[in-house]
Ligand binder design. Structure first.
Ligand SMILES: Cc1cc2nc3c(=O)[nH]c(=O)nc-3n(C[C@H](O)[C@H](O)[C@H](O)COP(=O)(O)OP(=O)(O)OC[C@H]3O[C@@H](n4cnc5c(N)ncnc54)[C@H](O)[C@@H]3O)c2cc1C
Length: 325
């Protein structure tokens, strides 16, 4: 099914995009937070429930505002599912379509909010489940956007996505900016990603690589449970092979067997070997799992620990003499 989907899509999309997705390996883990290490304590909740409905249909908005940008930050819009492709035993690609002369209206790096009806509240009003997702299609693409979503066995929103058929609609609002990226804002960007945490990293990577004037070095450390779980590997390999400023290190290592998360294990050594050292012109981004509260807590604690390790490690690199006195 995936092959047919991408064959069909290749008629409408740049070859590089579709080639990069061909023959996807199996995938890993879902739900992530995207933040700088420095701001690791901050965070957003992925759980929202509202019962009001200020839904506006996309074609109505286009009549009002012109066909330039499809998203609205203050209104839920319906986007039609064009097609889906299974990319692993639990991860699917969903392509949504809209006015072909409009862009989605997404700045790098941003996510969108999706919502689906989930029963009724005590007053009989519709309750909604709301979850953020990160489009992986080119923000400049016209008429469509793609989401890569891990489907949890009991996941409220991901199960809803899995139940959709082409022609069904999903309500979307946004974008929500996670990091305002501008070309050459840093000399070297280090990235730590686990499982589907690759999606916001991909947004930043592609923004850098598609701009020949952007000389930013990118070092990506991508953790998964097993080689088969590495998502978008072929795409990342193609990008790394054709862009010397992108280095990708995959890890499926779990030497201590203590890490129970689904996104894989990253050791201090991997971080210090793969990522750039501390400097004014470097930035570390992390994107990790947040499927449910227990995982979110573990992830948050792990990120805290890593931030502290990094701080001490980089401090010792930066001030070796200070350390020895
Ligand atoms: C900024 C941002 C961007 C994101 N982008 C993406 C993306 O591009 N792709 C993607 O796949 N995900 C992404 N996520 C994660 C996504 O928003 C959802 O969290 C994820 O899809 C799970 O939602 P769900 O409603 O399907 O599952 P939920 O209903 O929230 O449950 C998730 C899993 O946890 C289990 N669970 C729930 N509660 C408990 C509990 N109390 N104890 C034990 N287990 C429990 C469920 O059974 C299920 O298996 C993103 C998250 C953020 C914050």
């Amino acid at each position: 099914m995936a092959a047919t989907f991408f064959r069909r899509l290749s008629k409408a999309t740049p070859a590089t995009f579709n080639n990069a997705f061909r023959g996807q390996p199996k995938s890993g883990f879902a739900g992530f937070r995207f933040t700088t290490i420095a701001a690791v304590a901050g965070g957003i909740s992925t759980y929202y429930c509202f019962s009001d409905s200020n839904l506006v249909h996309l074609d109505q908005v286009n009549e009002e505002t012109g066909p330039k940008v499809a998203l609205k930050s203050d209104k839920w819009l319906e986007f039609k599912l064009q097609d889906t492709a299974r990319v692993s035993h639990n991860t699917h690609l969903f392509r949504f379509s809209f006015d072909p002369s409009a862009k989605l209206g997404l700045d790098v790096a941003s996510c969108i909010l999706t919502r689906a009806p989930l029963g009724q509240d005590a007053e009989g009003k519709t309750k909604y489940v709301i979850r953020p997702y990160t489009p992986i299609s080119d923000p400049d693409a016209q008429g469509y956007f793609d989401l890569l979503i891990k489907v949890y066995p009991e996941g409220k929103m991901s199960q809803h996505f899995a139940s959709l058929k082409p022609g069904d609609v999903v309500e979307v609002k946004g974008p929500i900016e996670k990091l305002r990226y501008s070309p050459n804002m840093k000399k070297h960007i280090g990235m730590i990603a686990g499982g589907t945490g690759i999606t916001p990293m991909l947004q930043v990577i592609e923004a850098i690589l598609k701009n020949p004037d952007d000389k930013t070095q990118v070092s990506l450390l991508y953790a998964n449970v097993s080689p088969d779980d590495i998502l978008l590997k072929q795409k990342l390999d193609i990008l790394a092979a054709s862009h010397p400023n992108l280095k990708v290190l995959y890890t499926v290592d779990n030497p201590t067997k203590t890490w129970k998360g689904g996104a894989g294990f990253i050791s201090k050594d991997m971080v210090t070997k793969c990522l750039p050292g501390p400097a004014e012109d470097t930035l570390i981004l992390s994107s990790s799992c947040a499927g449910h509260s227990e995982t979110m807590l573990k992830t948050k604690l792990w990120l805290w620990k890593m931030a502290i390790i990094l701080r001490f490690h980089f401090a010792s690199l930066k001030h070796p003499l200070k350390q020895s006195t």
